[in-house]
Design a protein around this ligand. Structure first.
Ligand code: ZN
Length: 149
């Protein structure tokens, strides 16, 4: 498990230092906001679709390193994917971080790194928050997020 632990720390550090697809959520076709009260993580996810393909997926947020790194790796994994494939990846990521069955083994390396989250149950919601938020944005493609301003 040493290798996995190192990969996990490397991915978390790298994506916190250089978050991918950060910003520009308001310019995306559909958006959703996610909040994890257990840790105080907030993440907004924006998705743009073109011909059933995710042409863009972006995030903004503030929270712990795991939630932000998870959002960043998620956007990289989902960009350019078809909707069915994207939903499949969401399911597999969820299984990866919650189940001990070890059946998920073919996700991108940066996603596989989150397998280490299983060792810290309180962190599982941090890791899955961006993914739930992404699915919420897909579920209501025309939903407008209301903000105070
Ligand atoms: Zn968190």
């Amino acid at each position: 498990m040493t290798e996995l632990r190192e990969l996990y720390q490397e991915v978390i550090l790298d994506h916190n230092k250089r978050p991918r697809n950060y910003g520009g959520v308001s310019e995306c076709g559909s958006r959703a906001e996610g909040y994890n009260p257990l840790c105080g993580d907030r993440v907004s996810v924006g998705v743009s679709l073109a011909d059933g393909v995710i042409s863009d997926v972006r995030f903004e947020g503030a929270g712990c390193a795991i939630s932000q790194a998870s959002a960043s790796t998620m956007t990289e994994a989902l960009k350019g994917k078809g909707l069915d494939e994207a939903r499949q990846i969401c399911e597999e990521f969820h299984e990866l971080v919650t189940s001990n069955s070890g059946t998920v083994d073919h996700l991108d390396e940066s996603l596989m790194a989150f397998e280490g989250v299983r060792e810290f149950p309180i962190r599982i919601k941090c890791a899955t928050l961006p993914w739930h938020t992404f699915l919420a944005a897909l579920a209501e493609p025309n939903a407008e997020v209301t903000t105070e301003d």
